[in-house]
Write a protein that binds this ligand. Structure first.
Ligand code: PMP
Ligand code: GLN
Length: 368
């Protein structure tokens, strides 16, 4: 869709990356670190400053105590963290439960490591956890469940009740949880992000994945981290050793600085994004989209049924929107691994400059 967007010069609300970048002081630190000769292989697990900052962040933000030496690992973004987690934790044929819709990297990374994905569809539109289906997906073959909260593409923030239901099943079936919490700070007023790892009995079963790209709006840096119990961390680190081995030292230094000193940046992110979401929602509703409620992330999902032409599905609609209206959105069916995905939903990303959101609204008003 990005290619099509470039081709047609549309306002691209498809791919999720923010227009407004993170703290300038972090950028300065990265530049200085390069000039100060931090340009050779840093330690395999990450530089101590960043690992200590990650441990502190875990305790301060999520109430989860982490020993920086045995329970942290720095990775090349959350993507490498996911790859290393699957490689380190899975044996051939192990099943991994993953909620549908889902971030597109999960299935290929899981399958590449011999894992067998077991998609479980969240209830369409309110995105509640389907209790019976989830319960039925657990078996002796289940090695892990992947929980992405706040959730891409829906914007759902899993409630404590959702998480408790998942925790009980993990304990019943002796299953690990891989927690993709890259959007942990992108939560709107009135909602709270709770980590599954903070629930009783879950600390030893969960690894948590974070990303400086999302936390500081520096997506090109690809600095991520994993925290978890020592035994699982050993497995993940043994994969990391041969996938990337280490992460740019200059960027690690800058992220360590950011986690220590720039927490106000990500603390303000939720409210600034909420304002953008409300604006885009109003504009979309004004031309006939029906925007579904969400509690976080920088994505919104809209029901496009009122705007579909005869025989058109979400893919065709998103192409038409790009080519004819000049605005790019993503078809939500592309985020499903299971059969019969809903074909009446589109994802739009609103972490964009106000001028871009206004241009998109104008284009939509002109077209519809
Ligand atoms: N998980 C989710 C849910 C994401 O949306 C993204 C960002 N595209 C990632 C992981 C990957 O993060 P990173 O850029 O740090 O690799
Ligand atoms: N996570 C972002 C999204 O879902 C972008 C990542 C990517 O383009 N691969 O849009």
């Amino acid at each position: 869709m990005t290619q099509l967007s470039v081709q047609h010069n549309s306002v691209n609300l498809g791919q999720g990356f923010p227009d407004e970048e993170g703290p300038v002081e972090m950028k300065r630190r990265a530049g200085e670190a390069i000039l100060e000769h931090h340009n050779q292989y840093p330690p395999m697990h990450g530089i101590p400053e960043l690992r200590q900052a990650v441990a502190k962040h875990s305790a301060a933000q999520s109430g989860i105590d982490v020993d920086w030496q045995s329970e942290t690992l720095v990775t090349v973004g959350a993507t490498e963290a996911l790859a290393s987690a699957f490689m380190g934790m899975l044996n051939q044929g192990d099943e991994v439960i993953i909620f549908d819709p889902q971030y597109d990297a999960y299935i290929p990374l899981c399958v590449a490591q011999g894992g067998v994905p077991r998609p479980v569809k969240l209830n369409t539109e309110d995105w509640s956890v389907p209790h019976a289906e989830l319960e039925a997906a657990f078996s002796e073959k289940t090695k892990a469940i992947l929980v992405n909260s706040p959730h891409n593409p829906t914007g759902k923030v899993f409630s404590k009740q959702d998480l408790q239901f998942i925790a009980d099943l993990c304990q019943k079936w002796n299953v690990y949880a891989i927690l993709d919490e890259v959007y942990e700070h992108l939560v709107f007023k009135g909602s709270e992000h709770v980590s599954l790892r903070s629930l009783p009995g879950m600390k030893e079963r969960c690894i948590r994945i974070g990303s400086a790209g999302k936390t500081f709006s520096l997506t090109a840096w690809k600095v991520g981290w994993v925290t978890g119990p020592p035994a699982l961390m050993k497995a993940v680190a043994s994969a990391h050793q041969f996938i990337t081995f280490t992460v740019a030292s200059s960027l690690q230094r800058a992220v360590a600085y950011g986690l220590e000193k720039e927490s106000s940046f990500y603390e303000g992110l939720g409210s600034s994004l909420q304002r953008k979401r409300e604006y885009l929602q109003k504009q979309l509703e004004g031309v006939g989209f029906r925007v579904l409620p969400a509690q976080g992330t920088y994505f919104l999902v809209a029901d496009i049924r009122p705007l579909l032409k005869e025989g058109e599905d979400d893919v065709a609609f998103c192409k038409r929107l790009t080519v004819d209206a000049g605005v790019t959105a993503l078809p939500v069916s592309a985020f499903y691994a299971s059969s019969n995905p809903p074909k009446h939903l589109a994802r739009l990303c609103f972490c964009k400059d106000d001028s871009k959101l206004e241009a998109a609204s104008q284009a939509l008003r002109k077209y519809f």
